[in-house]
Design a protein around this ligand. Structure first.
Ligand code: NAD
Ligand code: ZN
Length: 368
């Protein structure tokens, strides 16, 4: 299956399917001006999928060199970034060459940013191996690293030239990481496609158990939605903010838990979506039954649905609210929320009264 991202001269294809790692040479070969690619990956993925990917390239006569960085979010900083850029220079990657990101969102973001600045920009290919990366981070051209001052504060818009999402790669993904990625999948249904959300209610279990057809469908539909929104608003002047459904709450919770194991990003997104629907219902924007329907689906999938599901201490409601205010999405001191008129009908607003949000958080905290 193929999804096209329409961005004029920067358009590209997302291929979604089985066996794409082994067939990578067929897709990447035609792009190359000489049969050589440099691959950035992490140590975990190097152990599970690098050999198959390099064999797929070798089958088409493409030489490879690979650098495996440590796995984990801590890699997304200056230290590993400069290591990666200098390695690419040592490999004599030139303007006409192609850099490949093989891994999850950490590798995709870092490698994409490296490609954006190397020799003022070289092409790169995303080969996402986590569900989160397949449905979200590999598409749309946001690249970058974290600063000591905050997440994703250093970066560039640099679209990939190709995305290869191999569903088979997900077979080795730990269940917790899979479900975290699923949080972003649910987000797409909730923000813009009620039919897709209903499909997920019916097929989510099969998808989690490993049903290939269901996984392909979910990744394809997610990519279609992200591609359409990015095509309308590449640099987030407007509509792209819809993709932040659940994220204002999520970012506050991630800050409160120190970006630790206590809460994975996608888990925070799922909780954030449930809270956004609860808030929408209290503001009488969406039907009263919607928040429980959202929560019921997340719970049926075995996911965290509420603040009560986050282990350890959390700050009080007022403090959590202030953590939301540190978001990039704040304009003129007003926190912008993505709220909904119903399932599949999200919109962006700065009109959520502070006291309503604090009250909601306070109740959620006291249920802990
Ligand atoms: P990740 O890259 O750290 O991957 C999660 C873990 O899974 C890692 O330990 C990794 O080694 C391992 N892994 C990867 N593929 C595997 C596989 N097939 N089998 C077994 N293990 C595998 O994290 P992630 O969740 O993929 O991505 C999170 C990052 O993405 C964050 O840094 C976030 O800021 C970024 N992100 C970026 C965008 C964007 O638009 N650029 C969007 C969302 C998130
Ligand atoms: Zn996200």
């Amino acid at each position: 299956e193929t999804v096209q991202v329409d961005l004029g001269a920067r358009s590209y294809a997302i291929h979604i399917g089985e066996g794409l790692l082994s067939d990578a040479g067929d897709y990447i070969g035609p792009m190359l001006s000489r049969p050589r690619v440099a691959i950035l990956t992490d140590e975990t993925v190097a152990g599970t999928h690098l050999a198959a990917f390099e064999a797929g390239l070798a089958a088409e006569g493409i030489e490879t060199a690979a650098l495996a960085l440590p796995a984990g979010e801590a890699t997304k900083g200056w230290e590993q970034f400069s290591r990666a850029v200098e390695w690419l220079l040592e490999q004599r990657v030139e303007r006409r060459d192609v850099v490949v990101a093989l891994g999850g969102g950490v590798i995709g973001d870092l490698a994409g940013f490296a490609a954006a600045v190397l020799r003022r920009g070289v092409r790169f290919v995303q080969v996402p191996t986590t569900l989160l990366a397949q449905v979200d981070s590999s598409v749309g051209g946001k690249t970058g690293i974290n600063a000591p001052q905050g997440k994703n504060l250093i970066g560039a818009f640099h679209q990939p030239s190709l995305v290869l999402a191999d569903i088979d790669a997900l077979a080795t993904l730990p269940a917790r990481d899979f479900l975290a990625g699923y949080g972003e999948v649910v987000k797409y249904g909730l923000l813009g496609d009620a039919d897709f959300f209903h499909w997920l209610e019916d097929n989510g279990q099969a998808l989690a158990r490993g049903d290939t057809a269901a996984r392909i469908h979910a990744v394809r539909r997610s990519c279609e939605m992200k591609a359409a929104i990015v095509a309308r608003d590449e640099t987030e002047q407007g509509d792209r903010a819809l993709l932040n459904l659940g994220h204002t709450f999520c970012h506050a919770l991630e800050r409160a838990t120190g970006y630790s194991d206590r809460l994975l990003h996608g888990e925070g997104v799922a909780i954030g979506c449930a809270l956004a629907f609860e808030l929408s219902s209290r503001l009488e924007l969406c039907p009263q039954e919607d928040p429980s329907r959202v929560r019921a689906h997340l719970a049926a999938m075995g996911m965290k649905t509420d603040l009560a599901d986050i282990p350890g201490d959390l700050p009080p409601a007022e403090a959590l609210y202030d953590l939301m205010g540190q978001d990039k999405k704040v304009m003129d001191g007003q926190i912008r929320f993505v709220l909904a008129r119903g399932i599949g009908r999200a919109f962006v607003t700065a009109d959520a009264p502070r006291e309503k949000v604090v009250a909601l958080l306070d109740e959620a905290l006291s249920a802990r």
